[in-house]
Ligand binder design. Structure first.
Ligand code: AHM
Ligand code: MG
Length: 327
C-alpha cells in the first residue's frame, strides 16, 4: 500500500471515515502550498538573491531578513486567498490583519523561524497556529489560550522539507517529494519517548538563568554519578523548529527559559506564534510543556506579541523541571 498524501489524510484524519471540516482542509492544503513555495526559495538561497538583510526591523525590534519578509508576504497572501481566515497575525507584523469577514478561523504564524540560521544554510522553518474566529476588533479575538487551537504545525526546511501537523488528535508528518511537490505521509503517529538523555538550551546564557533551571542543567551535567544517574547529551540548533523536530523524532527536552538579562521580559520566544503551536504538538505526541508556573497551553494571552518562558519535550524531564520550580 502506498503512503497517503496530505489530501488523502485530510479526507480521513481519524481513520473513522469522516473528513476534516472542509474549511480546515482548505486551510491546511493552502498552508502546505505556501510551505512548498517557501521551501523552494530557501533551497535556492543566493541563487535567487534572497539571502541577507531586508534592511527593516519587526515589532520586536529584530532585524528582518529578506526571507522573513518573503515568507511573511507569501503566507499573508495565502490567508487572503483561502477565504476561510477572518484575521491573520504574524510575528513579523505589528498588528493583526482583518481578512475575510465571518470566516471561521484565525491564523497565526512565525513565517521563518530561526532567522539567525537563514544565511548559514542551517535548518529553519515555518510555524503556524489556527484558532476559531471570535467577534471583536484588532487583537482581541486572538487572545485565547493555546487549548483553543484547532490545528497547529510547522514545516522544517532541512535536508528534507517536512510538514508536521496536529488537528488536535495525534501528530502526523508529511515529507515533500521534490520531483512531484506532493506531501507524502511519512509518520502516522508521532510519540515522544517519556525518558530521554538529551537536553537543548543555549548554554551561553547560564549565568543569567533562574535557580530552578540552573539546578536542572547542573543535574544533567553531573551525569551518571549525579542525582539523575545518567549521562546527558546536549544539542542546540538555535532554530526552535529544528530543535523541536529532533525532540518529536527521538525525544529530549528544549528550554528557552526566562532569564535575568531583562527581568521584565518573560522570555525570548513568543507565546502565540511559537510556544502555543509547539506545545500542542508536544502534548499531542505525549510530551509536556511548562512556563515555570503553568502548562503553556493554559497561559492566558494578554498581548499578541507576548513572550513566554518555554520548557517542553519528554514528559519525565518536564516533570523534573516542574518539581524543581516548586521547591
Ligand atoms: P526568531 O523567530 O527571530 O528566529 O527567534 C526565535 C529563535 C528560535 O528559533 C530559537 O530557539 C532561538 O531564537 C535561538 O535563540 P539564540 O540565538 O538566543 O540561541
Ligand atoms: Mg521564531
Amino acid at each position: 500500500m502506498t503512503a497517503p498524501t496530505l489530501r488523502e489524510y485530510l479526507a480521513n484524519p481519524k481513520a473513522d471515515g469522516n473528513p476534516a471540516p472542509r474549511e480546515l482542509s482548505v486551510l491546511i492544503e493552502a498552508i502546505s502550498d505556501s510551505c512548498r513555495t517557501i521551501s523552494y526559495l530557501v533551497s535556492r538561497g543566493a541563487l535567487a538573491d534572497v539571502l541577507g538583510s531586508a534592511g527593516t526591523g519587526n515589532v520586536q525590534g529584530e532585524e528582518q531578513k529578506q526571507l522573513d519578509v518573503l515568507a511573511n508576504d507569501e503566507l499573508m497572501a495565502m490567508a487572503k486567498a483561502t477565504g476561510v481566515i477572518a484575521a491573520a497575525a504574524s510575528e513579523e507584523e505589528d498588528d493583526a490583519r482583518p481578512i475575510t469577514p465571518d470566516a471561521p478561523y484565525l491564523l497565526l504564524f512565525d513565517p521563518l523561524d530561526g532567522s539567525s540560521n537563514i544565511d548559514v544554510n542551517v535548518s529553519i522553518g515555518t510555524i503556524f497556529s489556527v484558532l476559531p474566529a471570535k467577534a471583536g476588533e484588532c487583537a482581541a479575538p486572538f487572545l485565547q489560550t493555546g487549548r483553543n487551537q484547532v490545528a497547529a504545525g510547522y514545516c522544517v526546511y532541512g535536508p528534507q522539507t517536512t510538514l508536521v501537523l496536529t488537528l488536535g488528535s495525534g501528530v502526523v508528518a508529511f515529507t515533500m517529494d521534490p520531483p512531484t511537490g506532493q506531501w507524502v505521509q511519512t509518520s502516522a503517529m508521532i510519540g515522544i519517548p517519556e525518558k530521554t538523555k538529551e537536553f537543548s538550551i543555549n548554554m551561553s546564557n547560564m549565568r543569567h538563568w533562574a535557580d530552578p533551571v540552573r539546578a536542572y542543567i547542573d543535574e544533567c551535567l553531573a551525569g551518571e554519578t549525579g542525582v539523575r544517574a545518567k549521562n546527558f547529551n546536549m544539542r542546540w540548533i538555535a532554530s526552535m523548529v529544528a530543535d523541536v523536530h529532533r525532540i518529536l523524532s527521538r525525544g529530549g527536552v528544549f528550554l528557552y527559559p526566562w532569564d535575568k538579562r531583562d527581568p521584565g521580559k518573560p522570555g525570548k520566544l513568543r507565546l502565540m506564534y511559537e510556544a502555543n503551536p509547539m506545545s500542542l504538538l508536544v502534548e499531542q505526541a505525549g510530551g509536556k510543556s511548562f512556563d515555570g508556573k503553568l502548562q503553556i497551553l493554559d497561559v492566558q494571552p494578554t498581548d499578541l506579541h507576548q513572550r513566554v518562558s518555554v520548557m517542553l519535550g519528554s514528559k519525565e524531564e518536564v516533570e523534573r523541571l516542574e518539581l524543581l520550580h516548586r521547591v
